[in-house]
Design a protein around this ligand. Sequence first.
Ligand code: GLU
Length: 439
Amino acid sequence: MSNVRVRFAPSPTGFFHIGSARTALFNWLYARHTKGVFVLRIEDTDQERNREEYLNILKDGMRWLGLDWDEGPDVGGDYGPYFQSQRADIYRQYLQILRDKGRAYDKDGAVFFKVSGKKQVLHDAVYGDVERLEEKDFPIFRSNGTPVFHFVNVVDDICMKITHVIRGQDHLTNTNKHIELFEAFGAPMPQFAHIPLILKSEGQGKMSKRDRGALIEEYQAKNFLPAAVRNYLCLLGWNPKDNEEIMGIDRIIELFDFGGIVKSNARFDERKMAHFNTEHIRLLDTDSFCELAFKVLKDDAALKSADRDYARRVFALCQPKVSNMEFLGDMVDYFFTEEYVFDPESEKKVFKKGQPPARMAEALEFFNSADCPNFDAQSIFDGFERLGALKGVKGTDYFQPIRYAVTGRAAGPELPAILATLGKEKTVSRLARAVAKFA
Ligand code: GLU
């Protein structure tokens, strides 16, 4: 283990926003990259706006993203408590230190910090050296006795022996005050690394929690792969050396460093996030994909009564076509029910050319006869070729009509593989029904 100690310090006053998630992720990545410690500290001094519900959403979202913390709520650690609301005694002691040094005084019922009046240089790992002057004294305790953010934030970073402060660029200006406080306490300065903002996908400005795609729980609800969300988020403000994009977490941990963090703000792109999700679905091995598919469709009545091996074969067949787990149920439903729906839009497409009813009738007759005894995908494909030759059309001329007849739609996995998975009996009975329906 290294001596690196980083922290994610959210205030649970709202939902878990991708900006916060990205800050958490960068801290976590840096900790894992350096084999350091990742601390979760809850900055809950704003009693009026903090809610238990938000804290739970936050912890749940972090766990979903795989951002496990080494110290903090639920896991403890040597530097607790990890809730600022439980650290009042510590803050009082630290206030006393400042008073003893003549750096804190009372005014209008509040307590003010006396600034040094000196120019300070902020060394930022991303923004370089920035000269700063904090001109005015500023409050560290309000008149109602509660401590102010700048004070508790710095006191906790000192007490928790934080070595690197990685946070949003919107905190850059606060850092003047923080440097003043570190100096006044005679504490070692952490390395600061401010990370660029995430801009909304269109137009101007920072992505807000009201923008679509902004909340982690949206991705949880839509069954995005956490690996995909994590992969996309890490590229918002960080470029790995050779611009690798789709990466597993081990690779990201290996490559992550401050050198790759860029100064320019990153624009959120919903389509790119969806694309990363699709790519990560492709990357899943069959077992993991099937496990996820069962989880996503756990409430599906038809699937519940289906044979598990059959379901696994269906999932394996559909995996390369799944762009988002959200659509999986719609994609596979016809495998599990004879009551599948004939989609009218697909019908228009399929019936635009050729003679679909004739092809359906021919295929029915063909599969009913002994001409196709092996019902595997290759034999079915060859069967269509032979049938086509016999009828003077192409083997593939059967694909769209038969697909529509047995699935009710115009797209999906390879047709011969669908038929092989359904089996001969279901294929024939579905064809017979379609022939009657479209004759
Ligand atoms: N509670 C602050 C925030 O959520 C923490 C800032 C920091 O990381 O220092 O923005």
